[in-house]
Design a protein around this ligand. Structure first.
Ligand code: NAD
Length: 491
């Protein structure tokens, strides 16, 4: 509980000097100092945003967007609009078509609850870094709030708010009994030691646990978090509430995680791709694809596409991009990345390309599986694919969407295409509530049933209305949430 201590220069010098081998006596001194501080009750002593002086600057009193420890490579340009503006655009568009009254629409335009917490963590550079943590619960009419936790330096309230709203529509579109939420911390796990990530995860859980729980709000992995982070979150929650595996999903198998959860989002992407391919008269076994992002979603989707016989002709991660008309082995690349390598360092016949040029590679399917806003007004026109299956959340801005639809590109939208993760999270939660485990085949089969059903319902709606899939998907989701909220008497 260092954040209760005051920051006199002498104290700071003492702690910095002694921290590595702190005696019991020193710990006692610190506890006494803490007690004195508590008694004085003059507020938290951590540097606050805007503080000047010794504790100001990089990583102190500001959202921690600290200096990179490695040299930055150029990254593809991002959108002209924020994630929030993207989600709002599609909501407004569908709400108008559904003739949702303004007062009803206003309920869904804002979140039910937004929590922002301070996470001061002592990192290995012997300094306290103050991170900001967020949990936004957008709407819970259809069930407990559900949504991932993102660890990324650019996380902010606006982004988390957008992603939470997206989860409300997504869970409704695939018709699983959840509301929508999202969380995040503005840290960069790629530059942190595992024990530092663990400290951030535990501290974040301590501060938000009151709004979480298996019947209230259930986090899961997202960008920068994984099964290990979920294990730490579950363990921290358990310290306060007793063993509660259903409090988070995406956990390791050893801790009541579900078989098939890790691959689920990528698997769902591939399942909807095969549906879309049959409508486009495209044989999945002959297809070429480009993968933007090679983390959990990208690496699984790429391997499963490859299992179908499809060929990866381009791939990028945050550090670079490569292309090869002859194909890039997704299985070997995944192994290389698992061992700590980056896409650019992968030893293959592929050529390194400018990440900006990834979108311009000719392919049947382009799969965005990185961050939001990466297909935008300035690069959509360069795309040479027949179809986009959105593994990432909000990868396409409304302007890019318009350009691509005009070019005849079929877009399977995020709210449908990447729902595999939350669907198997739902299965994991159901298994945890019963302390019972399903086999992997059963999980994958049930996932396929839900993905295919949702795909059909969205395409039927799109055909009825003569719209692309995204507006149809939003309509379907919004209708279901409005019905649940009004049946409850909430609106
Ligand atoms: P991850 O952290 O495992 O991987 C992200 C990948 O994107 C990494 O390879 C990273 O290097 C790459 N990346 C980051 N910036 C990039 C850039 N500028 N250019 C190219 N690549 C870049 O995250 P993830 O869990 O795979 O999530 C990816 C996307 O899928 C996110 O939009 C996330 O919200 C969405 N999503 C994830 C899940 C899930 O279950 N993990 C579920 C639904 C949606």
């Amino acid at each position: 509980m260092l954040y209760h201590l005051s920051y006199g220069p002498v104290w700071l010098w003492m702690v910095r000097g002694m921290r590595t081998a702190m005696s019991d006596e020193a710990i006692e001194d610190r506890e006494k100092a803490q007690q004195a501080e508590d008694e004085a009750a003059d507020g938290p002593a951590v540097p606050q945003e805007g503080d000047a002086g010794e504790h100001s600057g990089e990583g102190h009193g500001h959202p921690d967007k600290s200096a990179k420890r490695t040299e930055e490579k150029p990254k593809p340009s991002r959108a002209e609009v924020s994630n929030y503006e993207i989600v709002e655009h599609w909501f407004k568009d569908a709400a108008e078509r559904l003739e949702l009254p303004d007062d009803v629409a206003a309920v869904f335009r804002s979140s039910y609850r937004e929590v922002q917490v301070q996470i001061p963590v002592w990192l290995s550079d012997d300094r306290i870094h103050v991170f900001s943590g967020y949990r936004v619960q957008h709407n819970g009419a259809r069930g407990p709030y559900k949504g991932g936790i993102r660890f990324h330096p650019e996380v902010d309230l606006d982004e988390v708010r957008a992603l939470a709203e997206l989860m409300t529509w997504k869970t409704a579109i695939v018709n699983i009994p959840y509301g929508g939420a999202k969380g995040g911390v503005n840290c960069d796990p790629s530059k942190l030691e595992p024990h530092e990530v663990q400290s951030i995860a535990r501290s974040f859980m301590d501060k938000i646990e009151k709004v979480l729980g298996p019947q209230r709000d259930i986090p899961a992995p997202d960008v920068g978090t994984n099964a290990q982070v979920m294990a730490w979150l579950m363990d921290e929650y358990g310290k306060l509430h007793g063993h509660t595996p259903a409090c988070v999903t995406g956990k390791p198998i050893a801790l009541e995680g579900s078989f098939g959860r890790e691959a689920a989002t990528g698997r769902g992407v591939v399942q909807v791709f095969t549906e879309a391919a049959s409508e486009e008269d495209l044989d999945p076994g002959d297809a070429t694809f480009v993968m933007q992002g090679f983390g959990n979603v990208g690496a699984w989707a790429a391997r499963l596409m490859q299992e179908l016989g499809a060929k990866m002709v381009g791939v990028a991660d945050a550090d670079g991009a490569v292309a090869s008309a002859g194909g890039i082995d997704a299985e070997k690349l995944a192994e290389h990345v698992r061992d700590g390598g980056t896409v650019g360092e992968f030893d293959s016949d592929a050529d390194e390309i400018d990440p900006e040029d990834l979108v311009a590679l000719e392919c049947d399917v382009f799969i965005p599986a990185a961050l939001g806003g990466m297909l935008h007004a300035d690069n959509a026109d360069r795309m040479r694919c027949r179809m986009i299956v959105e593994g990432a959340n909000s990868p396409t801005t409304p302007r890019a969407d318009e350009i691509l639809i005009d070019k005849g590109v079929r877009i399977v939208p995020d709210v449908l295409a990447n729902a595999g993760g939350v669907i198997v999270s739902y299965f994991e939660w159901v298994q945890n509530l019963q302390h019972f485990r399903w086999g992997e085949d059963e999980v994958n089969e049930k996932l396929g049933e839900i993905m295919r059903r949702a795909y059909r319902q969205v395409t039927d709606r799109a055909q009825e209305n003569g719209t692309p899939m995204r507006p149809a998907a939003y309509e379907l989701g919004i209708e279901r949430v409005v019905e649940a909220a009004s049946t409850r008497g909430y609106i």
